[in-house]
Design a protein around this ligand. Structure first.
Ligand code: GLP
Length: 261
């Protein structure tokens, strides 16, 4: 594993860690998540394929703890997910609520109140977005925000174009994103909900620490644009460069388009 702190020319924002592969990256991220839980941090959690090995590694770490150590840690778990599809109830297999139940809540026997997500079937999605943002604020905001990277540069579901001050809101998903996420809906992009509720770039950038995880060759070019091009609305994740405590964990394949260092 190679760690490359702030490279000279051109300077990379944040702190970059390049792991050998996705499993090694997941192991590093899971360790940081466990440390944050030990500190009683409010976690911001993400979904997507990138997070599956991360959550597997986190489950492994937590289930390996002695019950007397694990129980209090899980009892004070507080997390807010980035986003949810509009129109999907929590028991729909394609919902992010179902993903979180499968990945973390069920295997760890977490109380449902520990993991919060926007309600995809709220009668008024705009009002639900405002309620969710207020609940997050009432919890004191996010201490550690875990983030993946969309192939089109989205973060959470902040689709391009998007500035750095977008609030938590209900928005229409791009065709590219619906295509990218079709696997969870039998491979049919038309079956992917057209709308979602997402934390905005405003809430994401307000988190105390950001932990961006990117793996795989297919994300190499968008990762380069995210980290190295001037921040712009066409790559919403590029606003993360402005965060003073951005940590980036990638595998070698995703780092392929970054300058060597
Ligand atoms: C999804 C989620 C994002 C996620 C991204 C990447 O649509 N809304 O939070 O980070 O797209 O997904 P994946 O890890 O499957 O590539």
């Amino acid at each position: 594993m190679i760690t490359a702190p702030l490279l000279p020319s051109p300077p990379l924002p944040g702190h970059l860690l390049v792991a050998a592969d996705a499993a090694a990256a997941a192991a590093v991220v899971a360790e940081r998540l466990e440390q944050a839980l030990q500190r009683g941090a409010v976690l911001g959690l993400a979904t997507g394929r990138t997070m599956e090995p991360v959550y597997a590694a986190l489950r492994g770490r937590l289930l390996a703890l002695a019950p007397a150590e694990r129980a209090p840690l899980l009892a004070r778990w507080r997390s807010f997910n980035l986003d949810e599809y509009v129109g999907l109830a929590a028991d729909h297999p394609g919902s992010f609520a179902a993903f979180m139940r499968q990945q973390l809540a069920d295997p760890l026997a977490l109380a449902p109140r520990c993991l919060q997500l926007p309600d995809g079937v709220a009668a008024d999605p705009d009002q639900e977005a405002r309620r969710y943002a207020a609940a997050l604020q009432a919890a004191g905001g996010i201490d550690l925000q875990l983030l993946g990277l969309g192939s089109n540069g989205h973060v959470g579901f902040n689709e391009p174009p998007c500035g750095p001050e977008a609030p938590c809101r209900c928005l229409e998903l791009s065709t590219a994103t619906r295509r990218q996420n079709a696997a969870a809906f039998g491979g049919d992009p038309a079956a992917v909900p057209a709308w979602a509720i997402t934390l905005g770039t405003a809430e994401i950038l307000a988190a105390r620490v950001l932990l961006l995880v990117v793996t795989g060759e297919a994300k190499a070019e968008i990762l380069r644009r995210t980290l190295l091009e001037p921040p712009c609305p066409e790559v919403p994740a590029s606003w993360l460069q402005r965060h003073p405590r951005l940590q980036v964990v990638v595998d070698r394949a995703a780092a392929a388009a970054l300058p060597p260092g």
